[in-house]
Design a protein around this ligand. Sequence first.
Ligand SMILES: Nc1ncnc2c1ncn2[C@@H]1O[C@H](COP(=O)(O)OP(=O)(O)OP(=O)(O)O)[C@@H](O)[C@H]1O
Ligand SMILES: [Mg+2]
Length: 448
Amino acid sequence: MASLLGDVLQDAGYDPEVFTDAELALRTMTDEPPALVITDLKMQGLDGMTLLERMKTLHPSVPVILITAFGSIDVAVEATRKGAFHFITKPFRMKEVLLVVERALQHQRVEAENVRLRREVERRYRFGEIIGKSHLMQQVFGLIERVAATNSSILILGESGTGKELVAKAIHYNSARRDQPFVAVNCSALPEGLLESELFGHVRGAFTGAHANKNGLFVEAPRGTRFLDEIGDMGPALQAKLLRALQEKTVRPVGGNKEIPVQTRIVAATNRDLRREVREGRFREDLFYRLSVIPVRLPALRERPEDIPLLVRHFLHRVSHELSCPEKQVSSDAMRQLMRYPWEGNVRELENVIERAHILTQGDTIESDDLLEELRPAAARPAEPASPTPEPDDLPSLEELERRYIVQVLRHTKGNKEDAARILGIDRRTLYRWRTRHDLDRAIDAER
Ligand SMILES: Nc1ncnc2c1ncn2[C@@H]1O[C@H](COP(=O)(O)OP(=O)(O)OP(=O)(O)O)[C@@H](O)[C@H]1O
Ligand SMILES: [Mg+2]
């Protein structure tokens, strides 16, 4: 029977390999999967059902066709449940077999194409954990791919919550250093002295409490990636020391007198405008250029609203998974609202809003009303100072502040004066007077 089938398939233009021993067939197929398997059910040694099971673990996508003289429903059901493509009962016509074979191969081609498309979407719209279909994010993905392969220092810039840490990790895990540690240090979290010994190490007795020598992060796991987060907050003394480490590729532990060679990759990030920090003398220019050999700028979420639906789906999926409850939907009204919102806290804020809405919404769909509390107009929230410690020169006059605030509100309402007046708690005539006094229309036009 096997060789007869083999001949028929050969004549039909296939390239069959005929076995009378299922074990041997399995061994042959282990490394190189065939396009398709046809097997009898009752055989000496390994039976067809077991062969089917093994094939499904070995190469799940290879279709298996079972042939049997025992046309019992039970067996057919079991075979289908185990993933058989088709079940042919003896006696059968060769034409029937050829038809089933053709269909199985066709089916497999479609499946393979679907998998390929799904993977492509995955690959194109996400980079590791980073999601984004917008042109801006696609550019970032391309850049990550290219810089990961190099050893250059990388500076990641972007507002808070835009995914700087995610990108730093993606760079590491796509580089040749992926099997080495990714070590993150937050430069704003530690006092300068501690940060110094954390990064560069110290020798015993260097300061009170230094009971033993300590290797800094630059020395340990030298082939890993150092992620220096909030680099804009690093003080001048450490900036100088970091520059030395990058230029001379050596570090000197606190209290030590020996230089230790280091070979490390630095990925730094900041949400500050580092160029401005340089201009204003708070950040060393030479260090800035050293670090930003390749700058990666992460766009704010409001610059790429087309990423919002994808992110929303991603976060909904994750919350429902974490809470093991069914995934909720977002009504199209609510989605439009989410896409219009200015997201000052960027993706992190969106993530929090979606998580809360998922938990607090009763039904299975998140409606606009469920977001009302979350998406208060940005201007109605207590204004956050632009920088935590404004320099005396930065302190604006009340009039200036008033002007800036009105511009901000008008921008938020997209120029709608009625809405703006309501948010500001004044009537339209007063708003009109203010606008002329501050020459606001020009200010807003100038921004466009
Ligand atoms: N493109 C994205 N796709 C999926 N999740 C994202 C994306 N961007 C950010 N996130 C998520 O948003 C949150 C904030 O990201 P991350 O911590 O990387 O931001 P950050 O730029 O380092 O912010 P900060 O400046 O406040 O430290 C994380 O939970 C992260 O997983
Ligand atoms: Mg961060």
